[in-house]
Every structure is written in structure tokens, then in C-alpha cells.
Design a protein around this ligand. Structure first.
Ligand code: ADP
Ligand code: MG
Length: 719
């Protein structure tokens, strides 16, 4: 553990430190200092080049390739001033993490001489050896080439390490045949699709010509920290990111004394260091606190436009991981590192906003704002109901299955929490219409059709997977370790689809004689709410009663496991949806599905084999070693006899379970990845559970001297 000094940390992460500045002043200077913002480029580019780049970055206009050389030169100069020696296209392959391949600026230019160069061509496109990234069959190995291409809508930045720095250029990744091989391409396409779908509606609501709409996103990241030494002594954590064994400690999270409690000193030092680096990267981290489980914490930035937010979220995960090591800690981003205590999620707060800064899901103060709000809000209800399967599928993974569908927040059933006030308002819109026949005068609020809505209506409900929280929706089913790109893509897509359909309805109604915007919107909102009311649930999402009601009465989907969820991805409905919005063609969609099967299979396969290895080489030997020691006791002792019996019983149970697991690990269930994935779920996971059962029993009786694995008590409570 290092000595921590906030000023020196701040200074380290900025380039031209003011020796006298206080930490808070430094933060101000630090923010975005390692980002090549448009503001920065303005002073480094000619006016026409800057204008052209700005049009691409801010309004999504096609990049003018002729400015590439100028921009590349400006980028290189800036990066070298910051100490960078290398550059990389920084992209998001379908692994869910980011990828980079560094090239140095160095360019030999004669005998013993070199210049530092970076051309427009190199900026715009690169060709990493793509054959090792998952492609889901999109790329046959004989044509394994893929390329990365600069995404000018997300700014370049510097990643620092102890001995230098690298210029990172946010990029997309595609095959030479033009198919997306990454998570960012469809995200960008979905942002465009949302804009295209929402602007016609905004025009009806009187938005000015040229208004652009984009989705906004703020992701709250939960994570665990444990002492590094314990991590290295747990093969399961090293190999799989979660503990495959571990008896429940005498104290779990029952005391609820950790949540929002004082942050331990070492952790606070770590957090501050990480935040300084994130500030330098222009990431507006705002909130930090202890989470529910012991050893669990949260970090949350202020929301940004969703493309930038997705890049920044990847960087947050990376910086948390690397920084923890400097403090003798390891940051666990797995959804369920420890059985029996809360898992980690990544709540994605999603909304839509205009380029003028108007939030379309903010009720606002005037009836006309309210009307617009109710229209878009009902579109979200429709979107969620029509595409429950997609929302479940986009968060599906072997690790997230330990949260969703388990007895923990949120359930695998997708529903929307509106809160009592907003629900009441929708119900009044519905009933008012029924009563009054003609929409005008509906609520007895003078001539206004729609009621005023208290700003930031919305109580709290932790058990809902998709909750309205005053001016945005919070998608809570997203897993802590996953990229948020695909979940955002899905939210953008399904809302774009719903808004388009409702806008068509609205236009139809506006054509009727005597129609006013008020009455037409009221009619659309009322009809939509009536049709999709079943998706609204404000009660306890954990309760058995809800599972019953959701399935039997409301007929909502309950896709319990990852395999149930991802099998829906290539349905006719979903192929059509992504196709017509231009987000993913059928081949691209199916490729993603294949990769999800593959990752699911591999994840559990590794867990199964790690379980076998640890039980065989660490846990059984501990039990047998202890038995041998007990056997040496010569005095007849009730205690020794009793313990011996118990250890013998549990060891035999473990041995039997281990044999069974070994068989399942070897079987694999077939040659094809779907078969293997099902084998993992239906045979390997249950066999692992039996091994764990016996092993956790042993942990409670075998002498601590023989037990080589750090326990939950140590990992969760030593700070
Ligand atoms: P909680 O009470 O759930 O912890 P906070 O009020 O701290 O929530 O906000 C959670 C996240 O929601 C933050 O990242 C915040 O910036 C984000 N948020 C706020 N408004 C919007 C919006 N219009 N669009 C997207 N995210 C938003
Ligand atoms: Mg939250």
C-alpha cells in the first residue's frame, strides 16, 4: 500500500502541474486534460478543417476524408506534447471488453535517423490481425481480415502508464465485407435510428427545424474490492472472477452497517486516485459510496450522450481495475463474486434529449411539455412490452444469471415501475377519455386535456428491472461486468420503433375533423396505456405472488436463464426490427447470438474445470490431511471421533460429487456450441453445485491450519 497524497496524485495525472495549486484547483485543471476535445482541435486546425470535423462530430455528417492528414498531424502533435510515443485504434470487439494494438509514431527515415509520423490514412483506418476476435461465423478463416475505422464522434484520448502514454483513437471494427464485428457500430446506428424516429414526433410538438435527438446515459457501476493477496490465493477468482467455493461467513450483510457507511481509508485513497485519472479523461464521475454488501462499492458519473457514455464506461472499468492494484487491492467486476451476499449490477439510466438540452422524459412545468412527456413515456411502455425478450437477452450472460432469476434484484421478468403518481396520471388520462367522450375538458382542469405532473414524480423501488425515476428510466438488469453498448443499442432500437408507430397513430388522428394536438395526443396516450398497462408493475418484484401474476395473469415473459433469453434473439420479430432500423442485418444479429452461446459455454466450462481442479488439489487434500492428523491422536476422544466421522462423511460426499462433475466436464454434450451450452447449464452447473455443497461443509469443520483457501470472512471483511 502506498502513501497517498492527493496533490501528488493529481499532479501525476496532469501535465503542467501548478506547484502551488490545492487539490480542488487541480481537479478543475485536470478535467479533460488528456482528451483531445473539439475545443483543443479548434486551436490546432485550419478553420475549414475544424468546421468540417465539427459537422461530423456533432451532427453526424459524413467525414470529409481530405482533412484526415491535417487532423492526424494535429493529433500526433498534441499526443506527443502529452508524452505519447504510440497510438492505437481503440475499439470494442464482441468480447465485451476493449481492444487495442499499439503502433509507435516512429518511422525510420534514413540511416540511424527516424521521424515521428502519423498519417491521415493511419488515422482513418487500421488493420489489426482480426482472426482471433469472435466473429460468430461472419468471417470465414480464409478471409479473416477485419479493419478498424476512426469514429470522429468520440474524442481521442491519452492512456498513461508508468513509463509513457498512448494515444487512443475510438474506432469501429468491421469485416472487409462491411459487417459490424463490434459493439460500437450498431450503437452508432441505433443512435441515428432513434434520431430519425423521434424528430418527426418532435416536429409535431413544435420543435424547431434541425433539432437533433440523441439518447443520454448515466451508468452506475457496482464493484467489490478485496485484498490482493487473497485474490492470488484463490484460483477461482483468478480464473473465473468469482468464488466457486466458500462457506457463508458468520456475518454477512445482515447488520446493514456497510451501506453508505464511512468509506475505509485505503478504499477512499484508491477511489480518489481512480477519479483523478477519470477526470483527466474527461469522465464526469460524481458519486462514490459503499454499497449493500460488505466490500462492495459504487461509482457513478453524470450522464452523457450515450456513445460517449459507452466509451467512458469501458474506461471506468479499466481504470478501476488497474488502480486497485496500486493499493494492494483487486477490483472484482463480476456480477456475483460471492454467494449469499448481494451481487453487482450496472444501472443504466436512459433518456432522450435534444441538442438544445431538452430532456424528453422530463415532465416539465407546462401542459404542453407534459403532453410531449406522456407521449414519449407511453412509447417507452410500448417498447418494453413489445420487446421484453430483447431487454432480457441484451443483459444475458452466465454471470448475470446469478442475479436475474435468482432471488435477488431484479427478476428475469421484465416490467416497468412507474410509481404511484405517474400511474395515477396515466389512469386519469384513460378514464377521463372514457367519461367525457370528447377529450377536451377531460380532467376538469379547465380546457387542458392533460394533467400537470409534479416534477420528479416517482417513488423508489429497488426490485424493478426498469424503473421511471423522475426524468429518465433506469434499466437495472444490466450486469456489472458487461459492456453497456448492446443494452443501449436495444433501448434506442425499441424506443425508436415504438415512437415511429405512435407518431403514425398521432398523425392519423390529427387528420380527423376538429382534431387538436391535445386531443390527438390524449387519445394516443390513452390507447397505448390501455394496451400496455400489463407491463406496469409497482409492487415487489421479488415476491412469489408477482411471479405467479406475471406469468399466469399478465402473460409476461419469464426467460430465466441466459439460454432461454438469447434463443429469442433471431426471432422473426427481432430480425425485422433491427433490419428495418438499419442497426443489424440478419447475419450480424445471428453472429452476435452465436457469440453469446459460445461465451456462455466457455465461461461455465472454465468454471467447471476450475471447480474440479480446486476440489481435487486443494479441498480434498485439506480434508484428508486433517483426517490423517486426527488419526494420530492416541487418546480416545469423543471430539476426535465425532470430527473424524463428520470429515469422512463430507469427504466421501465430495469425492462422489467430484467424480460426477469430472464426467460432465469431459462429456461436453456434443460438438456443436448450442449443445455444449445446454450441457453446461443442465449438467455442469448442477454438478458444480453438488461439489460446492460438500466442500463448503468441509470448510466449516476442517481445521484452519489445513485450509489453504482464503475464506469469505477474510475476503469480505479485511479492509
Ligand atoms: P440513484 O438515486 O439511482 O443513485 P442518481 O440520481 O445518482 O440515481 O442518478 C443516477 C444516474 O442517472 C446518474 O448517472 C445521472 O447522471 C443519471 N441521469 C440523470 N438524468 C439523466 C438523463 N436525463 N439521462 C440519462 N441519465 C441521467
Ligand atoms: Mg440507481
Amino acid at each position: 500500500q502506498q502513501n497517498f497524497d492527493v496533490t501528488s496524485v493529481a499532479r501525476k495525472w496532469r501535465v503542467d502541474a501548478k506547484q502551488t495549486a490545492s487539490p480542488s484547483e487541480l481537479v478543475n485543471d485536470l478535467f479533460s486534460s488528456d482528451v483531445l476535445t473539439l475545443e483543443q482541435l479548434k486551436t490546432r486546425l485550419s478553420k475549414p478543417a475544424y468546421k468540417s470535423l465539427q459537422a461530423t462530430a456533432e451532427r453526424g455528417e459524413t467525414l470529409d476524408a481530405s482533412i484526415a492528414d491535417t487532423v492526424a498531424l494535429a493529433m500526433k502533435t498534441w499526443a506527443m506534447e502529452k508524452g505519447a510515443t504510440h497510438y492505437t485504434h481503440w475499439f470494442q470487439p464482441l468480447t465485451g471488453s476493449t481492444a487495442e494494438k499499439h503502433d509507435s509514431f516512429l518511422n525510420p527515415s534514413g540511416e540511424g535517423v527516424a521521424i515521428m509520423s502519423f498519417s491521415g490514412k493511419e488515422l482513418i483506418q487500421a488493420e489489426p490481425d482480426a482472426s482471433s476476435f469472435p466473429s460468430g461465423g461472419l468471417r470465414a478463416t480464409f478471409e479473416a481480415r477485419g479493419y478498424t475505422a476512426w469514429d470522429p464522434s468520440s474524442p481521442a484520448f491519452i492512456i498513461r502508464h508508468a513509463n509513457g502514454a498512448t494515444l487512443c483513437i475510438p474506432s469501429v471494427f468491421a469485416s472487409w465485407t462491411g459487417e459490424a464485428l463490434d459493439l460500437k457500430t450498431p450503437l452508432l446506428r441505433s443512435i441515428e435510428a432513434l434520431n430519425k424516429a423521434v424528430t418527426p414526433a418532435m416536429k409535431l410538438f413544435g420543435a424547431s427545424e434541425g433539432t437533433r435527438v440523441t439518447s443520454t446515459l448515466g451508468a452506475e457501476q457496482e464493484y467489490f474490492l478485496i485484498t490482493e493477496e487473497y485474490f492470488y490465493r484463490r484460483p477461482d477468482l483468478v480464473m473465473t472472477g468469482r468464488t466457486l467455493f466458500g462457506a457463508k461467513p458468520p456475518r454477512g450483510q445482515e447488520l446493514e452497517d456497510h451501506y453508505f457507511g464511512a468509506i475505509p481509508d485505503r478504499v477512499l485513497s484508491f477511489m480518489t486516485d481512480a477519479e483523478m485519472q477519470l477526470y483527466a479523461l474527461g469522465i464526469p464521475v460524481k458519486t462514490r459510496h459503499n454499497e449493500v454488501a460488505p466490500g462492495q462499492f459504487e461509482i457513478a458519473p453524470i450522464f452523457e450522450n450515450s456513445n460517449i457514455a459507452a466509451d467512458h464506461q469501458q474506461l471506468i472499468m479499466q481504470i478501476l481495475r488497474t488502480t486497485a492494484r496500486k493499493y494492494g487491492l483487486v477490483c472484482l467486476l463480476h456480477e456475483k463474486p460471492f454467494a449469499g451476499v448481494n451481487g453487482s449490477g450496472k444501472h443504466c439510466n436512459w433518456s432522450m434529449g435534444t441538442d438544445a438540452g431538452e430532456n424528453l422524459l422530463d415532465p416539465g412545468d407546462t401542459p404542453s411539455e407534459n403532453m410531449q412527456f406522456l407521449f414519449f413515456c407511453s412509447a417507452v411502455l410500448k417498447a418494453v412490452d413489445d420487446h421484453q425478450d430483447l431487454l432480457r437477452a441484451c443483459v444475458a450472460s452466465a454471470s448475470n444469471d446469478h442475479r436475474l432469476g435468482a432471488n435477488e434484484a431484479p427478476p428475469a421478468i421484465i416490467s416497468v415501475f412507474l410509481g404511484s403518481e405517474l400511474t395515477d396520471i396515466f389512469e386519469r388520462v384513460v378514464s377521463g377519455k372514457r367519461g367525457a367522450g370528447k377529450a377536451a375538458g377531460l380532467m376538469g382542469l379547465g380546457s387542458r386535456v392533460l394533467p400537470e405532473i409534479p416534477v420528479h414524480a416517482g417513488d423508489r423501488n429497488r426490485t424493478s428491472p426498469f424503473a421511471f425515476t423522475g426524468n429518465k428510466f433506469e434499466f437495472r438488469a444490466v450486469g456489472s461486468s458487461q459492456s453497456i453498448s448492446f443494452p443501449i443499442t436495444v433501448m434506442n432500437a425499441i424506443v425508436a420503433d415504438a415512437v415511429s408507430q405512435l407518431t403514425a397513430e398521432l398523425e392519423k388522428k390529427l387528420k380527423a375533423k376538429d382534431a387538436t394536438l391535445d386531443s390527438a395526443v390524449a387519445a394516443v396516450v390513452s390507447e397505448t396505456y390501455k394496451k400496455y398497462e400489463r407491463i406496469v408493475f409497482n409492487g415487489d418484484g421479488y415476491s412469489d405472488a408477482w411471479h405467479q401474476e406475471a406469468e399466469v395473469k399478465r402473460k409476461l415473459l419469464n426467460l430465466r436463464t441466459t439460454l432461454d433469453a438469447i434463443s429469442t434473439l433471431d426471432s422473426k420479430k427481432n430480425v425485422e426490427l433491427f433490419g428495418k432500423l438499419g442497426i443489424l442485418n440478419e447475419r450480424e444479429l445471428v453472429a452476435r447470438q452465436e457469440i453469446m452461446y459460445d461465451i456462455y459455454f466457455k465461461t461455465i466450462n472454465i468454471e467447471g474445470e476450475t471447480t474440479e481442479y480446486m476440489a481435487q488439489t486443494q479441498i480434498l487434500p485439506a480434508a484428508l490431511g486433517y483426517l490423517a492428523e486426527l488419526g494420530e491422536i492416541e487418546v480416545k476422544s469423543k471430539a476426535a471421533d465425532g470430527i473424524t466421522k463428520e470429515v469422512v462423511g463430507l469427504s466421501d460426499q465430495l469425492y462422489t460429487a467430484l467424480q460426477a462433475l469430472r464426467k460432465q466436464n469431459e462429456a461436453l454434450g456434443g460438438d456443436e456450441v448450442h449443445e455444449k451450452a445446454h450441457h453446461m447449464r443442465d449438467h455442469v452447473l448442477p454438478a458444480m453445485a453438488k461439489v460446492r455443497d460438500a466442500a463448503d461443509g468441509l470448510e466449516k469443520v476442517v481445521s484452519a491450519k489445513h485450509w489453504t483457501l482464503p475464506t469469505y470472512r477474510q475476503m469480505l471483511f479485511v479492509k
